[in-house]
Design a protein around this ligand. Structure first.
Ligand code: BV8
Ligand code: ZN
Length: 262
């Protein structure tokens, strides 16, 4: 494993480039860190708190059952914040790369829409944008689901300041909730199958901006590695993957990812 903190950074970047160029099938796995430079707070970083609540306290069915208004206020605040952010150089480089060559599967844990927006910016057409968009393991901030029936659909408007009228299902009138996977909830089965199938076939795995602490998503990298994939990890801080990385690049995604994929 080559450690790149400054000195060996250039060497690690070129090793990562070679490794990814040689791989026929690559799975890219992103977490909150890939959106940090766009201004979206990470979960465990300094800006990850909201009104002194920890995400783990709010992103649960129990918290929603106890106080749906508080949880909706948090999601409305996050939606407003993400809507004001822009995809950064890492999102754009990943979208360009996924469009420029076959065999890339982008899997994200994030619920922001910055990978999709980058794909739309780069692709120019909806079909290509869909191809370059992410497999979403934890759902989307901009999608709602009904707490009573099977309805799912684009997010209903929620005014973050008032949150007076909580959003309701257009089908049955039941209370709507964000279409994200909360702690203690199962991930969407078909999505997990698609992501882990790609990992089981991968010859390389590029991990960007995730502590690798949240399961079952975090197992994706170990699945790829068990299948023989070489692992590249980009993160300025320590991660659970540091011991298994073939190439480890300490640096922000906005710098390292474009350099690796150029
Ligand atoms: C389930 C959607 C069971 C919501 C999210 C004890 C041990 C092991 C597991 C568990 C346990 N207790 C409970 C569990 C299970 C739990 C879990 O894993 N908990 C963890 C905390 C221990 N998992 C679950 O509950 C999952 N469900 O297990 O169900 C089950 C089984 C069968 C049947 C029924 C039920 C569901 C987990 C999904 C939770 N939802 N998000 C929302 O967003 O509102 S997870 C959420 O947190 C994110 O989506 C993301 O996945 C995760 C945060 O992780 P990261 O993305 O890694 O973000 P983090 O802040 O941690 O790290 C940021 C990284 O970026 C850092 O490394 C930092 O250095 C780096 N960075 C910063 N700046 C930059 C950067 N990198 C690059 N460039 C930069 N500029
Ligand atoms: Zn309904």
């Amino acid at each position: 494993m080559s450690d790149a903190a400054g000195a060996g950074a250039a060497e690690a970047i070129s090793r990562a480039r070679e490794l990814l160029a040689r791989a026929l099938r690559v799975v890219v796995f992103t977490g909150a860190g890939v959106s940090a430079e766009s201004g979206v707070p990470t979960f465990r970083g300094a800006g990850g708190l909201w009104k002194s609540f920890k995400p783990e306290d709010l992103a649960t069915p129990e918290a929603f059952g106890r106080d749906p208004r508080l949880v909706w206020e948090w999601y409305a605040w996050r939606r407003d914040l993400v809507a004001r952010c822009r995809p950064n150089a890492a999102h754009l480089a990943l979208a360009r790369w996924a469009l420029s060559r076959p065999g890339v599967t982008l899997v994200s844990q994030n619920v922001d829409d910055l990978h999709e927006r980058a794909a739309r910016e780069v692709a120019g057409d909806a079909e290509a944008a869909r191809r370059a968009g992410p497999v979403r393991l934890h759902g989307s901030l901009f999608h709602d689901q009904c707490t009573r029936c099977a309805w799912r659909g684009p997010a209903r408007a929620v005014d973050a300041s008032t949150v007076a009228a909580l959003p309701h299902c257009p089908e049955c009138g039941g209370l709507a909730r964000p279409d994200v996977v909360w702690f203690g909830e199962m991930l969407p089965v078909r999505t997990v199958e698609a992501a882990f199938a790609a990992a089981a076939e991968a010859e390389a795995c590029l991990v960007v901006g995730t502590t690798g602490a949240v399961y079952p998503a975090a197992a994706l990298v170990h699945t790829a590695r068990a299948a023989g994939a070489r692992v590249v990890v980009v993160d300025p801080g320590p991660t659970e993957y540091d011991e298994v990385a073939d190439v480890r690049i300490y640096g922000p995604a906005g710098d390292a990812v474009p350099a690796i994929l150029a």
